[in-house]
Design a protein around this ligand. Structure first.
Ligand code: COA
Length: 344
């Protein structure tokens, strides 16, 4: 906890994930919405998603994933294990306070700093950016970075355009300071961007200071998640493509050198179009949206956990993370994959 390391880098040393057990197939949704497995699979690539049971909140999922990431890092959940907990989420337990302090307390992490990041589907990469910057600045030695969502609590159950897309889940990594910039696992660069002039494309209209929520009259206060899918689709591909290229240029990688493209799992067609635009072969794109849907801030750590568990991500391989979401926000992170990492 001494903060004297001025010229350190931040490296991934632990990884964990958690999905609530209740798995919802497309056919399950088709029993109550005017939709079909054929429509959902062909338009989105999603076959199933997990939804938390009523009463389960984002902190519950975050604690599970956080615990597993600490274990994967060889850390015992106790005061001093990490200096901060950063939680990326669109679905905090309450509008106030942030959810991260409760997660830190339930993980027995003492009085570690704890804060939320609201970057919607880009939230996990924004969280990695701030956490790694804290480490590089010498403000922290180790940080637990979590992406956790319970979108099932903000979906309008009668809206087929959003209900079929989003799922619940959580993923987490532990970042640690290192003096060795060549160490596998080191974050090599970050690119972030935002365009608030398109804030209305993805939004929960009510429940904030602009408009109080009024579930009895959606006209007066729609508390549910809304999205203009077609416009989001187009912006997502362009923004992720430009963000990824600008980051690769900066760190000196060609797209050819990217071993694994881990994009935000928004839609399989977005991921395939992005890979094509980046000139990265489709088989280098990590895809798990078929099993989890779009889990927003949890999407990238869940994809990393699945790809690590299946033996796909190996020590030293070059990994490009890229995401896009409401705000609008977007971002990319490049790293090499750590040695001997097992998913907790
Ligand atoms: N089942 C059956 N039909 C559906 C449906 C569903 N679940 N959802 C929408 N439709 C219908 C629409 O009502 C529309 O019917 P119409 O032509 O009679 O009006 C038709 O299907 C086409 O809808 P559209 O919204 O134009 O479809 P699309 O091809 O754009 O696909 C998305 C919709 C949401 C899958 C797509 O736009 C998308 O993936 N966008 C990106 C969203 C995203 O990933 N956001 C996450 C944040 S990054």
């Amino acid at each position: 906890m001494a903060h004297h390391h001025q010229q350190s880098a931040a490296a991934v040393i632990g990884l964990g994930s958690y999905l609530p057990p209740h798995r919802i197939t497309n056919d399950d949704l088709a029993t109550r919405l005017e939709t079909s497995d054929e429509w959902i699979t062909s338009r989105t690539g999603i076959r199933a998603r997990h939804w938390a049971p009523p009463g389960t909140s984002t902190s519950d999922l975050a604690v599970e994933a956080g615990h597993r990431a600490l274990k994967s890092a060889g850390l015992y959940p106790e005061p001093g294990a990490v200096d901060a907990v950063v939680l990326a989420t669109t679905t905090p337990d309450h509008p106030c306070p942030a959810t991260a302090p409760e997660v830190a307390a339930r993980l027995q992490l003492g009085t570690a700093a704890a804060y939320d990041i609201a970057g919607v589907c880009s939230g996990f990469l924004y969280a990695l950016a701030t956490a790694s910057a804290q480490i590089i600045a010498g403000q922290a030695e180790r940080i637990l970075v979590i992406g956790a969502e319970t979108y099932s609590t903000i979906l309008n159950p009668t809206d087929r355009t959003t209900s079929v897309i989003f799922g619940d889940g959580a993923g987490a990594v532990v970042l640690s300071a290192t003096r060795d910039p060549e160490q596998p696992g080191v974050l090599l660069g970050v690119d972030l961007g935002a365009d608030g002039s398109q804030a209305d494309l993805i939004r929960i209209p009510a429940g904030g200071s602009r408009q109080r929520a009024n579930p009895d009259d959606p006209e007066l206060g729609d508390p549910y998640f809304t999205m203009q899918g077609k416009k989001v689709f187009a912006a997502a591909v362009t923004r992720m493509q430009h963000s990824a290229i600008s980051l690769l240029d900066r760190i000196g990688w060609t797209t050819d050198q990217v071993d694994h493209l881990v994009g935000h799992q928004a839609n399989i067609r977005i991921l395939k179009t992005l890979a094509r635009h980046l000139d990265i072969p489709e088989d280098r794109a990590v895809i798990n949206i078929d099993q989890v849907g779009n889990t927003s801030a949890a999407s990238i750590p869940l994809a990393l956990a699945d790809a690590t568990a299946s033996g796909r991500l190996t020590a030293g391989s070059r990994v490009l993370l890229t995401a896009f979401g409401g705000g609008l926000t977007w971002g990319s992170v490049a790293l090499t994959w750590p040695d001997g990492l097992t998913v907790g």
